[in-house]
Design a binder for this molecule. Structure first.
Ligand SMILES: OC[C@H]1O[C@H](O[C@H]2O[C@H](CO)[C@@H](O)[C@H](O)[C@H]2O)[C@H](O)[C@@H](O)[C@@H]1O
Ligand SMILES: [Ca+2]
Length: 725
């Protein structure tokens, strides 16, 4: 009987590397239900690894055959046994930090689970743990498990997990179906965290919708609130900190197939991951670069629609859609994101209108946010990160500002908490602290929170990054008006900015002039020919800062650098930033010494971030530095992949690019997001997922093979040089 079933099961068609919902989902369940030998398997599998009594039937180790091997596994027993033997530090992950035997026997499917084969080494054992955890999620008791899932080429495995699992794990919609999940805020500091949604006055249909949902499901405790018309008034935003909540984003009408009724449904978006469970500004752009490669145009398109909604109702693309972010935005990427989507949907109905709406929104944002004071500096003609706000940013880790605030609490003879309350409410005035937090908010708006490049001066800096991005806006808008709207774009009333009359027409020439002017200003204030780098310009001291930051490559991404400047950047600047795992955020020299009194900042040396890598690769390619882009992409992918292999599939927010063994172990500020999972990683981290997928498109087949064998870049280089390749 066993052999008959065994034959029928081996004939069963199932892709060994299918996504978990297919592999462990219903079809698999049906197949294993007809099997009668699951109990035998369970006892056989546990016996070998736990040292319990051997079964009466003779068991032996299967010889490795040329046939792809499959195992027959009792999920729960094997999982318990595997963790007790191999997860010696008890964190529900199998990593190189564990010192178990690193070998575990499984019963082979060919022998009906009687004969054993060994699973060896951290990578295969951790993959076994991951697969069993997934099987358990799908309610499986007994599974067939293809060895191909355990010894899969790691480069391919991570690519597959991102495509088939991580994006879905990070996707949210805000509507009745899941407001309980997306409403959850790991950063909520109040004593009664509950889902709460604020709806702007211009979206009454959403107010009615959420009010109905709240009534229909009282257990959810959904609190629905109107948002004030003046929604970014600093005192109002501060007061909302007593009852923080989500900010509504775009919804669409749809017909419920079950009832035939028309209802609202949230448009999907991708969150960064970890404690960041909302729609972010620049994370969304970075994520979109990977999503587009993975064919998820729908998701990127709807994130652009969310940004248009935000500009319309909140006046800006929000840092993220929570009340405590109402005053600030993040680095602007909307024009590029919309153009990339348009390129993919241009033959679909409504595509041109989609592009028109996005470009109109970008124009409005450009004028109202970036070219208006206080962000705009009329003296230099450049722009700064400089959001409004009052008091201490509530979303940070509680300990973040202790060193800054403690001396003031002592000075006033108050506890830390009561001082913060009195300072926030304005009862106590401390102008020096006001200044500190003005800069701190600017640091957060820049996305580079935090770094010694920006601390205590950010709001005074016209940064290279921001002005490079605005140059890109100016160029993209000019190109779009010319190329898609006959060089004449009518600005409807809702997109008009101060002083514009509805129906006003924009042509490309004015945008071209704006970009030329910005290039000239960046050359004048930021470009340092001798150093071969761009530096941030301090609008107060009227000097550039000299702080060496990887943002110096952003003018290559946006095209503001001339070919000559690009050549100088590659020759002089690149060597200062290139490390084992890619680009460091800033140089060690600029960061200065760190220690107890001056702790590491996460956006400084020795840390590397996905956006810095991606923008540098694209910039290098743009000016023809293919080999450099490939080399940097190789280093970054190698580092991610090595940590993925040795640490149970981990993919995190940022890496220490100088640390070859465990680059994901970053002890700075709030630690590292993405590392805290049990058994199996489900999300990775949004922009790192994207950088991995995008980076893989840069390297060649030879490099990809070398990466699959976990070959460091230096070894790869030596080998190729020796072969004269
Ligand atoms: O809670 C602390 C800070 O967290 C965010 O910043 C960091 O995560 C973001 C999401 O991945 C990312 O966009 C940013 O670059 C990171 O530094 C948040 O954006 C900050 O406003 C917040 O204070
Ligand atoms: Ca462990």
């Amino acid at each position: 009987m066993g052999s008959r079933l065994q034959r029928s099961s081996t004939n069963e068609h199932r892709d060994p590397l299918a996504a978990a919902h297919i592999y462990y989902g219903d079809s698999h369940k049906k197949a294993s239900r007809v099997r009668t030998w699951s109990t035998q398997v369970g006892s056989a599998a546990t016996t070998t690894n736990t040292g319990a009594k051997l079964p009466t039937r003779r068991s032996s180790h299967d010889e490795q055959t040329l046939q792809p091997r499959r195992f027959l596994v009792d999920v729960n027993k094997t999982l318990t046994s595997l963790l007790s033997r191999e997860d010696t530090d008890g964190n529900c992950q199998i990593t190189i930090d564990d010192d178990g035997p690193k070998v575990f026997s499984l019963g082979t499917a060919a022998s009906n689970g009687i004969n054993k084969a060994d699973i060896r080494g951290t990578y295969m054992l951790s993959n076994l743990l991951q697969e069993l955890t997934l099987a358990q999620d799908y309610g499986r008791n007994v599974i067939y498990l293809d060895e191909a899932r355990l010894n899969e080429n790691p480069v391919n495995r991570l690519e597959r997990l991102i495509r088939d699992h991580f994006w879905d794990g990070l996707t949210r919609r805000i509507d009745g179906s899941n407001i309980a999940k997306v409403g959850r805020d790991p950063k909520d500091w109040t004593s009664d965290p509950r889902p709460r949604i604020y709806v702007p006055r211009g979206a009454p249909e959403q107010y009615d919708y959420y009010t109905r949902i709240a009534k229909e499901s009282p257990d959810m405790r959904l609190d629905v609130q109107w948002l004030n018309e003046e929604c970014d008034d600093p005192a109002y935003v501060r007061d909302l900190n007593a009852a923080p909540g989500l900010l509504a984003v775009a919804m669409e009408e749809y017909v419920d197939p079950k009832t035939g009724n028309t209802d609202l449904r949230g448009l999907p978006f991708v969150v960064p991951g970890g404690r960041f469970n909302e729609l972010y500004g620049w994370d969304s752009y970075m994520e979109s670069l990977g999503l587009l490669i993975n064919g998820r145009v729908d998701l990127v398109k709807s994130m652009v629609q969310h940004f248009c909604f935000c500009i319309k109702h909140y006046g800006k693309i929000l840092n993220a859609n929570r009340t405590y972010y109402l005053c600030r935005t993040q680095p602007p990427f909307l024009s590029d994101m919309a153009l990339r989507v348009y390129d993919r949907i241009k033959f679909e109905p409504g595509a041109l209108d989609f592009l028109r709406q996005a470009i109109l929104a970008a124009i409005k944002e450009y004028h109202n946010i970036w070219m208006s004071e206080p962000r705009y500096d009329p003296e230099s003609g450049l722009t700064r990160y400089r959001p409004g706000g009052i008091g201490v940013p509530p979303e940070t880790e509680a300990s973040h500002f202790v060193h800054v605030l403690d001396p003031y609490a002592k000075k006033h003879g108050m506890t830390f908490e009561s001082f913060v309350q009195a300072y926030n409410s304005g009862e106590i005035k401390e102008p020096v602290l006001d200044d500190y937090f003005l800069h701190d908010r600017a640091v957060r708006e820049s996305g580079h929170d935090t770094s010694y490049r920006l601390e205590r001066i950010a709001a005074s800096l016209a940064t290279v990054d921001l002005n490079a991005l605005l140059y890109k806006y100016e160029q993209d808008i000019a190109r779009t008006i010319r190329g898609h709207f006959g060089d004449s774009l009518v600005i409807p009333a809702e997109f008009c900015t101060k002083g514009q009359v509805p129906g006003h027409v924009e042509s490309s020439a004015v945008w071209d002039r704006r970009s030329k002017r910005r290039r000239a200003l960046m050359d004048k204030y930021m470009w340092d020919e001798e150093q071969g780098m761009y530096f941030d310009y301090n609008t107060v001291t009227k000097k550039h800062t000299g702080y060496e930051s990887a943002t110096t490559f952003w003018p290559m991404w946006s095209g503001v650098a001339t070919p000559r400047q690009a050549a100088i950047l590659v020759a002089k600047a690149l060597p200062k930033f290139e490390a084992f795992g890619g680009l460091v955020s800033g140089t060690e020299k600029s960061r200065g010494p760190v220690g107890l009194e001056r702790p590491n900042r996460q956006w400084d040396y020795p840390f590397g971030w996905a956006p810095q890598q991606i923008l540098a690769w694209v910039g290098l390619q743009r000016y023809g530095y293919e080999a450099e882009a490939q080399r940097l992409a190789y280093r970054w992918i190698y580092m991610i992949c090595k940590a993925f292999v040795d640490f149970n599939g981990v993919v995190v927010e940022k890496y220490d690019v100088t640390r070859p063994i465990d680059p994901h172990k970053v002890e700075a500020e709030y630690g590292n997001q993405g590392s805290d999972f049990k058994g199996v990683p489900r999300e990775g981290f949004g922009w790192v997922n994207a950088s991995y997928i995008y980076g893989l498109t840069l390297i060649n087949a030879h490099q990809k093979r070398a990466l699959g064998a976990l070959t460091t870049y230096d070894t790869f280089l030596k080998a190729t040089e020796a072969l004269g390749l």
